[in-house]
Design a binder for this molecule. Structure first.
Ligand SMILES: Cc1cc2nc3c(=O)[nH]c(=O)nc-3n(C[C@H](O)[C@H](O)[C@H](O)COP(=O)(O)O)c2cc1C
Length: 299
């Protein structure tokens, strides 16, 4: 059976890396594991070209470049998008803003567009603009969620109801097999992962990032102020763990992460573990139905 997200993006597993770092190594490891690695598009033109080429020295697989649209001046975006087109980057992962202005330009250059949205309204607008993949990013995630507080349990099924055929990715708190199976059960075709990928051997992050993610529990994050409202570590939590108030961006799903894995191991947990978990849930549901029928044959 085909998968709408992995088919359109030409990847093996429907897992997109979120836009979490300007280092290329992690992105290449994610693409090599069968997902869609992501490089940071919001860097100087020289670095962008260098990063695209560096990625290609490590992996010949598809990858994306991220552009938070609203926070980047139009001229800067134009220059970067031209580089994306010239270098034939397979996918742009756009976020924080309207994709309407860029989608046609990118499609003309053969570049696919996945766009991050926080509500059903924004998902509809993205589809009207012609994007190829919609990424629903909910309140719990480590990303920019704007002024809305819609949770995954509502956002993903609501987008799926509104747009039954769109290739749909759920972003936020997917850290393991349980999050993956839950996202798929809610109607997503795939997932976008940020915080879990920071806690990997391949991720080149300052040590305090990994330390805070490993130490986090369900109460360790909060919404930052400002229009983009990323989710960040609470000051008192950082103070307790690090002895100083360093704040990092991370999702609530950090509560579920207690080890550093390789990227390959993250994929195994999510996709092998996910298949096992989904089977167990399906078997239990079947059993419940069988018991119900036996107990009440007429019903
Ligand atoms: C440290 C960090 C930096 C991020 N920076 C960006 C960014 O520049 N642009 C963007 O679209 N999303 C950004 N995100 C959000 C990710 O792309 C992704 O959607 C999110 O991390 C998924 O939620 P999770 O962290 O709970 O897995 C960032 C997330 C983190 C944790």
């Amino acid at each position: 059976m085909g998968n709408r997200v992995s088919d359109i993006l030409s990847i093996r597993y429907p897992l997109l890396m979120g836009a979490i770092t300007d280092k290329v190594r992690l992105a290449a490891a994610v693409s090599e594991a069968g997902g869609l690695g992501c490089i940071d598009g919001n860097v100087t033109p020289e670095q962008l070209r260098r990063d695209i080429r560096e990625f290609r020295t490590i992996s010949s697989r598809p990858f994306s470049a991220n552009f938070p649209l609203k926070s980047t001046p139009a001229r800067t975006l134009q220059e970067r998008m031209e580089i994306i087109a010239e270098e034939h980057v397979p996918v742009v992962l756009s976020s924080a803003g309207s994709p309407a202005q860029w989608t046609n330009f990118l499609h003309d250059a053969g570049v696919l567009v996945a766009h991050v949205v926080p509500t059903v309204y924004h998902a509809r607008k993205a589809v009207e603009a012609g994007v190829d993949v919609v990424v629903g990013e909910a309140y719990e995630s480590g990303g920019f969620r704007g002024e809305t507080d819609v949770t995954t349990m509502v956002l993903i099924p609501a987008i799926r109801r509104a747009l039954p055929n769109v290739p749909l990715v759920a972003a936020g708190t997917i850290s393991d097999r349980y999050g993956y199976v839950a996202a798929r059960a809610l109607g997503a075709d795939g997932v976008q992962v940020g915080t879990r990928l920071i806690a990997t051997h391949e991720a080149e992050f300052p040590e305090h990032y990994k330390k805070l993610i490993l130490a986090a529990d369900d109460t360790s994050t909060m919404s930052a102020d400002g229009p983009l409202r990323p989710r960040i570590s609470k000051p008192e939590f950082a103070e307790r763990v690090l002895g100083e108030n360093k704040r990092i961006q991370m999702g609530q799903g950090a509560a579920l992460i207690d080890n550093i894995l390789t990227v390959e191991e993250v994929f195994q947990e999510i996709f092998r573990g996910g298949a096992e978990h989904a089977r167990r849930v399906a078997e239990e549901l079947d059993l419940l139905n069988t018991v119900a029928t036996t107990a009440n044959p007429a019903g």
